[in-house]
Design a protein around this ligand. Sequence first.
Ligand SMILES: [Fe+2]
Ligand SMILES: [Fe+2]
Length: 182
Amino acid sequence: MIRVSRGPSDELGPGDVTGLLHACHTKIRASLAEARLLAKAKEWDERHRASARAVHDYFAIAFPLHVEDEDERIGPELLEHFGVEKGPLLFELHDEHARTDELRLLLLSDWARWCHEPGLASRGHQHVLKRFARSTEVHLFREEAVLFPLIDALPEPTRVTIARAMRSARQKGVSAGPPRPA
Ligand SMILES: [Fe+2]
Ligand SMILES: [Fe+2]
């Protein structure tokens, strides 16, 4: 069981952008752990089907919202506040998003199929999942070390605006349900 490192998003302050992002990272790590368990399954029953649905929906709906937060709602504000000096870092993080997205798309088709039929993971699936999980986990640690402190240093009104946009993006999601961390 992976522990939530910060409180639920509803309990966070209005400008606690990194609190929202930490909650997302916790869900990403939990979903990767579930995907790994699914890939090891030797038998298949209703619980596996439900797990495949949860993993698929997380990486199809919520995960892209988290990437959007960083690339579109946070990155431009950091550039504006800190200047082009932070451009290379933001570009590298954006590039890591793009590279892991290719792997995510490969995995999604398996998870979608496993919602309806037994799915014993192929070696190809296990290989792609390993690369996806490893690169994502390295990326999350890097963001927590170098990106989050920059976000925390943004002026409070800017952080409130970003957090409001993050919550609003989730409310607009058809399947994402009520505001929640991605
Ligand atoms: Fe990211
Ligand atoms: Fe992130």
